[in-house]
Design a protein around this ligand. Structure first.
Ligand SMILES: [Zn+2]
Length: 198
């Protein structure tokens, strides 16, 4: 039985690869983590695949593991992109350019029919980090409201929670207050909590 690994200081994240995925460049970073015994852990943040590997894993074995992880991430991203909605994508890009200096980044956007209550959502972490979904039930709502929901989910790429910074940044979309009023009205009519919708 090996002795317990000493409490380790956080190791630096090292960029080990750059992977091209269409117009995107994914960066693969590795941190050696003495607390891990055998398994490699990984998450995706924006365009970065963060891998934590056991201290003792050989460079060669790590290379094989990275190949597998990258292949898995690329497959999942390709699958998500197939469902990307071109019109929503164009609207999101226009909003990003016009109100957010093109600062926001996401992966895909699409309509979904399985979101009954929520109007929109945005994934964080995992292989499909940055997939934005809008409920198909709002497709025919006023355009400024749909754009608000889109802007709201896009801004979550920068601020995951409803913090003061989130609302201040989202206020760059000029119809925010009016759209929030619209959504409050819908929630009121349905006896729902407006904060549960978006
Ligand atoms: Zn939100």
């Amino acid at each position: 039985m090996a002795a317990k690994a000493p409490r380790n200081k956080p190791q630096p994240r090292e960029i080990v690869r750059q992977v091209t995925d269409g117009p995107y460049t994914l960066t693969v970073t590795v941190t050696r983590d003495a607390r891990l015994r055998k398994s490699v852990r990984w998450t995706v943040h924006e365009q970065e695949i963060r891998v934590r590997a056991p201290q003792r894993l050989s460079a060669r074995d790590l290379d094989d593991v990275l190949d597998d992880i990258i292949a898995q991430v690329l497959r999942q991203r390709a699958r998500a992109r197939k469902q990307n909605d071109a019109e929503l994508e164009a609207r999101a890009r226009a909003l990003n350019r016009r109100y957010f200096n093109g600062e926001l980044q996401w992966h895909t956007i699409r309509w979904v029919t399985n979101m009954k209550r929520r109007l929109g959502s945005c994934t964080h972490g995992g292989a499909t980090d940055g997939d934005i979904r809008l409920s198909a039930r709002i497709k025919h709502w006023p355009r400024y409201v749909v754009d608000y929901v889109l802007a709201h989910e896009l801004v979550h790429r920068k601020y995951p929670n409803h913090s003061a910074e989130f609302w201040a940044y989202l206020a760059r979309y000029p119809h925010t207050e009016r759209a929030r009023g619209f959504i409050e009205g819908v929630a009121f009519a349905e006896g729902d909590d407006p904060d549960a919708l978006i």
